[in-house]
Write a protein that binds this ligand. Structure first.
Ligand code: SF4
Ligand code: SF4
Length: 90
């Protein structure tokens, strides 16, 4: 998949309200409210309607979430691209 990295604004910033990384990938570890983790393509219970993490600063937020930061190769240029990339990685 071709990824456009010509726009610097798109190269290293999380798109607020995107939320794809909290829906598309499976998470196998404990999540508050989802003790067995979550399957792929399932909204995390801690994701608000505005697609923001409700427990962002909570110590029980999974380490996989703490460790994941915006990466153009994963997040793509828009939400649809992020979904395709993350689905292909599942
Ligand atoms: S998929 Fe990427 S751009 Fe979207 S919320 Fe997660 S880190 Fe941010
Ligand atoms: S705990 Fe927060 S950051 Fe982790 S998947 Fe759920 S909503 Fe996203």
């Amino acid at each position: 998949m071709k990824i456009n990295i010509s726009n610097p604004a798109l190269t290293h910033q999380c798109r607020i309200g995107c939320g794809v990384c909290c829906v598309t990938p499976s998470i196998s570890s404990y999540i508050p409210g989802m003790p067995d983790g979550k399957p792929a393509n399932t909204r995390c219970i801690n994701l608000s309607e505005e697609n923001l993490c409700l427990i962002f600063d909570h110590p029980q937020r999974p380490s996989v979430c703490w460790n994941f930061t915006f990466d153009l190769l994963i997040c793509g240029n828009d939400k649809e691209e992020a979904i395709k990339i993350m689905q292909s990685l599942e």
